[in-house]
Design a protein around this ligand. Structure first.
Ligand code: PLP
Length: 286
């Protein structure tokens, strides 16, 4: 029996049921999902799952794609077309398809995908009859900021907050009040004493390739540097604040949470580092 998937209003054979490569679910994990168990062809806990779906979509500012009743029809139709008596029906809703940018796109319809699969109820009964084993691991959800994962939803929300404040970037702050990195950049200051500082990569941050290149340029320029975290207050008092990334090169920040940095214009160190970075990157680009 061939399986069928629902994508944005159309039921298609499973292998042809596809979303766009720029879907934000694929690019940023910018979406939510729900799963209902199917019992004798009917959906269990329908209202509970629908209520959680609505709450999660609202929390993320994703448009509710259709009414609960209409979604119920699609879920049941997918179950019917896949001839599932006992199994699961999955619903994925993403913010939709848009040209890549962390911040929310405007005027984009959410993507809706529904799939259903059969399960053997006897297998579940056997497992429950015998009992099953468990193991433990540290709860790292999602604590591995050193991995350049597509699980970027927190970064998306931070960038959107920046956008809504008219800012370029949102710097992320840990529980000690220290800046970790930007939502898509590494963060740097030239402190009150003129010393460059950026958080060390033993910390839970992405090891920026631009950061590494800039570190070498700093050495070549004979500038003083310390790989040590700095607080929001230190950043506000700094002579200069800037971020680095492949998408930004070296970008001077002139204010933080409304506080002016230095004299409110790009500082000489960031300006020089941007210049030498661009020179070198252009020369060495393959
Ligand atoms: C969270 C985060 N930090 C830092 C960076 C900068 O890394 P790179 O210099 O390799 O572009 C990025 C780039 O995407 C990022 O997403």
């Amino acid at each position: 029996m061939s399986r069928v998937g629902y994508v944005n209003g159309v039921y298609r054979p499973h292998g042809e049921a596809v979303v766009h490569i720029e879907d934000r679910g694929f690019q940023f994990a910018d979406g939510v999902y729900e799963v209902w168990s199917v019992m004798d062809g009917r959906l269990a806990d329908f209202d509970g799952h629908m209520a959680r779906l609505h709450r999660c979509l609202t929390e993320l500012g994703i448009e509710i794609p259709m009414s609960a009743a209409a979604l119920g029809v699609v879920l049941k139709e997918t179950v019917r077309r896949n001839r599932v008596r006992d199994g699961l029906v999955y619903l994925q809703v993403t913010r939709g398809t848009a040209s890549r940018d962390h911040a929310f796109p405007v005027d984009v319809a959410p993507t809706v995908v529904v799939t259903a699969k059969r399960l053997d109820p006897a297998k579940g009964r056997r497992a429950a009859g015998n009992g099953v084993a468990a193991i433990t691991r540290p709860d790292i959800r999602w604590g591995r900021c050193d991995i350049k994962t597509v699980g970027l939803l927190p970064n998306v929300l931070a960038k959107q907050a920046a956008r809504e404040s008219g800012a370029y970037e949102c710097l992320l702050v840990d529980e000690l009040g220290l800046i970790t990195e930007g939502s898509s950049t590494n963060a740097w200051i030239v402190d009150e004493h003129g010393k460059l500082r950026t958080r060390d990569t033993q910390a839970n941050i992405l090891r920026g390739v631009t950061r590494a290149a800039v570190l070498k340029l700093i050495e070549a320029e004979g500038l003083e540097l310390e790989e040590r975290a700095f607080s929001v207050e230190e950043a506000k008092r700094a002579r200069e604040l800037f971020v680095t990334a492949a998408s930004a090169f070296v970008m001077p920040l002139i204010s933080l949470d409304g506080a002016r940095i230095g004299d409110g214009t790009p500082g000489p160190v960031a300006t020089r580092l941007r210049e030498v970075y661009l020179e070198q990157a252009r020369r060495e680009a393959i």
